[in-house]
Design a protein. Structure first.
Length: 422
């Protein structure tokens, strides 16, 4: 139960922070945010304020910001739809009820024959089932529509839609979600640093050697500086640890600078398995610093270094061949969250910082339907100086969604096999 609660909290915070970036940038850009949802699936509760409906949904596995005019947004009322129209004092439609779950005593029953809620803002139809007279109703610019599931959102006229603002504002709106994940990672890393007695100084100088470890048996000593691993320069602690972790059970040559000069040390890192992955470990400890400045700095340096590692892993994945075990979906993240929860709050915060970075970076991958794909289309539009034809943009987005769905199914099944089927 602790693992489940931790997973929901961690995933929920990451989603809220990410989507709030899109939400805030859209609002500042003049784009109508029709709905801000935490969770997916059936609605649990909803609350409207300042033209946006905030919803909490049943499945705690994501969330979304529904912007007016975005491809996933649909405000069309099809001919033949039965509605209940609520009129204001000016006899304009202020609320359109299309749900059988909602009743308003002031509503006028109308079967819609034609509607435009984007440009001309009107609804035509037959009142009270009387097909002898077709009536036309003007719709207020800020009218709301109650959708089939009972959620009330504002309609989306052309002037408040995503495409109505400049391409640069759209680009900022698309980037704002991943940007918020990077900021969250920095803040969480700083928090983790203050929870620790001291933080690691990013140097290749060894602080201490574990008793009985591979490093001790190979002759490494406190104060030694590891210059390279198998010819690969290791100018800092992150590079050093990463190079060793990639060599589990393999013979490794270290170039070491000590008090008596520079020499070569040969050893075989111990193999350690974590979250289904094998890593090399030799039992060395880093130099540490417990000052306030060092802890503040750690939030930025850790984020930058981890970001570089993630990009490096993505590069190797592309150049060295795709391996699905290098990816994790909700099931894999749940398993890793469970492990972090068992080790205490500090590990959960550190894991959350890493996860936030991954979420930000993955969303910037230029795959259609992801933020990165949308930014690429924004750039293409800026270069062309005219919008990409809507039909092309739709096809590209559908291809992206298809790729993501197939990948998510494959990753989820692989996670189930790795973590739960022994």
């Amino acid at each position: 139960m602790t693992a489940v609660i931790t997973f929901i909290i961690v995933f929920g915070i990451l989603v809220i922070v990410h989507e709030f970036g899109h939400y805030y940038a859209a609002k500042k850009s003049g784009i109508l945010v029709r709905e801000f949802s935490v969770g997916m699936g059936p609605k649990i509760v909803a609350y409207r304020k300042n033209s946006t409906t905030y919803t909490l949904r049943l499945l705690p596995l994501g969330g979304y910001v529904r912007m007016a005019g975005a491809q996933e947004d649909d405000s069309e009322i099809k001919p033949g739809t039965m509605t209940s129209l609520v009129l204001n004092d000016e006899r304009k439609v202020s609320k359109i009820i299309t749900s059988s779950k909602v009743y308003d005593a002031n509503g006028v029953p109308v079967q819609v024959s034609k509607a435009d809620l984007v440009d001309d803002l009107f609804i035509e139809g037959y009142e009270n089932g009387d097909e002898s007279e077709l009536k036309k109703y003007s719709v207020d610019h800020d009218a709301t529509i109650v959708e089939e599931d009972g959620t009330e959102v504002q309609i989306a006229p052309r002037d408040v839609q995503l495409q109505s603002v400049s391409v640069w504002k759209r680009m900022i709106t698309n980037f704002a979600g991943p940007f918020n994940n990077f900021v969250l990672a920095i803040l969480l890393s700083i928090l983790a640093a203050f929870m620790m007695n001291s933080v690691i100084v990013n140097t290749n100088k060894l602080n201490s050697i574990e008793s009985g470890s591979v490093a001790q048996k190979a002759g490494l000593k406190s104060g030694d500086t590891v210059l390279s691993v198998d010819g690969e320069a290791t100018p800092n602690w992150v590079k050093l640890v990463s190079a060793i972790q990639q060599k589990p059970g393999e013979k490794v040559n270290l170039k070491v600078k000590s008090s008596d000069g520079t020499h070569k040390v040969t050893l075989i890192p111990k193999t350690v398995t974590q979250s289904g992955q094998k890593y090399g470990m030799i039992g060395i400890k880093a130099t540490t610093d417990n000052s306030v400045l060092a802890k503040l700095k750690y939030g930025f340096t850790y984020t930058i270094q981890t970001t570089a590692q993630i990009f490096g892993a993505l590069g190797k994945m592309i150049s060295g061949g795709f391996n699905i075990n290098q990816l994790a979906g909700p099931v894999g993240i749940y398993s890793m969250t469970s492990q972090a929860a068992s080790m205490g709050l500090l590990k959960v915060i550190q894991f959350m910082a890493m996860l936030s970075l991954n979420l930000g970076i993955v969303n910037l991958i230029p795959i259609p339907a992801l933020d990165g794909g949308k930014i690429v289309m924004n750039i293409v539009e800026a270069i062309r100086r005219k919008p990409i034809p809507e039909e092309y943009e739709t096809v590209i987005s559908l291809i992206g969604v298809g790729i993501l769905v197939v990948l998510m199914v494959a990753v989820t099944w692989n996670d189930i096999q790795r973590f739960f089927i022994k």
